[in-house]
Design a protein around this ligand. Structure first.
Ligand SMILES: [Zn+2]
Length: 358
């Protein structure tokens, strides 16, 4: 499908704007990227390299360079997605692999017009190969600092707990995340299958994170419906929601998100790849936008879904007929929803206005 082909291609073809004029280049629209997972940000070619380096046998789905067919709406499909993700992650074994991953993710983001990146990682899953949890954390944050310096992209880190693990593990991770708050960690997340367990099992971990000054940004409203978004708000006091797109099914919840200006990190290509929605047109971008719910479009896992940041905005333009003024507003929402410092936000908002005026 079209949105899957944009992964490593140069500029996407210029699509006509609604008024018939040549459309503004969405790769030049400044934006903040708030939903990108660590291993999932890897280039396919890099995965092939690393698998070769370590003699890891990759399944065909990861070898072809084409996004695999995934249907995660049933448990088997989700399991398959997680298994592919785990195999890819097992190819990241040395500090230089982590450095390379983050550097390339930053390069790809810059190419797509990202001006601020908040990347999400569960360091526990890298810890065994990197000498433990603290060394893994240090290596990851070092890589982020170096990549940020080398590419000029502002990068911060969300530490994400895994809801398939014990809530006590999440508390440990939250304490660790808080300890690194002055070293680039800005938020605490919760990922993996929303259909397992309850958000409230993780309320203590999120309280630790919030009390330590971190943003609460759990996943919700992707594989599960509006109730899972409400759980994120009520039980975890989410300041931002990973996905959250299924809130579209509940007008009262939409009003609540809009009133509180809780940003939903909506990942359209991911939603279609995982079967949350059948077609790009079915992702309820319009419903959220018209309800006044702020969104930050994100790529989630480009390695598995085949498209990066600009392609998500392209999809809003082509599948949902967003005008350039509306696309600029989406970009503003991403910036406002970010943890970027105030002066950086002001600068980016001015640059978005300049893009629209240009
Ligand atoms: Zn995610």
């Amino acid at each position: 499908m079209e949105q899957f082909s944009a992964g490593h291609t140069p500029n996407p073809p210029c699509t006509p704007a609604r008024d018939g004029a040549a459309a503004r280049d969405l790769r030049r629209l400044p934006k903040a990227h708030l939903h990108l997972h660590f291993t999932g940000s890897m280039r396919s070619a890099t995965l092939l390299d690393l698998a070769d380096k370590y003699g890891v046998h990759l399944p065909e789905a990861l070898r072809s360079g084409e996004p695999p067919q995934l249907r995660a709406t049933d448990e088997r499909g989700w399991f398959r997605f997680q298994r592919l993700y785990d195999i890819a992650r097992s190819c990241l074994r040395a500090p230089e692999d982590i450095q390379r991953l983050v550097h390339e993710a930053a390069e790809e983001d810059v190419r797509d017009g990202s001006r601020w990146l908040e990347i999400q990682v569960d360091p526990t899953s890298y810890a065994p190969r990197l000498g433990g949890l603290i060394p893994a954390m240090e290596i990851i944050l070092d890589a982020v600092r170096t990549a940020s310096r080398d590419t000029g992209l502002g990068i911060r880190v969300l530490i994400a707990a895994n809801r398939m693990k014990h809530p006590l593990d999440a508390r440990t991770l939250a304490r660790l995340a808080v300890r690194y708050a002055d070293r680039g960690v800005i938020g605490f997340g919760l990922s993996n299958d929303e259909r397992r367990g309850f958000a409230r099992d993780f309320d203590r971990a999120f309280a630790i994170a919030r009390e330590g000054g971190l943003l609460a940004a759990p996943h919700g409203g992707e594989l599960s419906g509006p109730a899972s978004v409400r759980d994120c708000l009520d039980d975890l006091h989410a300041g931002r929601v990973g996905h959250g797109v299924r809130a579209a099914e509940d007008p009262a919840l939409l009003r609540r998100l809009a009133e509180r200006q809780v940003t939903c990190e909506v990942c359209p290509a991911s939603n279609v790849a995982l079967g949350v929605y059948e077609k790009p047109e079915d992702v309820p971008l319009r419903t959220l936008f018209d309800a006044g719910v702020p969104m930050a479009l994100g790529a989630d896992d480009p390695l598995l879904f085949g498209s990066r940041l600009a392609a998500q905005y392209e999809l809003a333009r082509t599948a949902h007929d967003f005008s350039d003024a509306e696309l600029a507003e989406l970009a503003r929402q991403s910036v406002r929803g970010s943890c970027a410092p105030e002066d950086e936000r002001r600068r980016l908002l001015a640059e978005i206005d300049a893009w629209l005026a240009g």
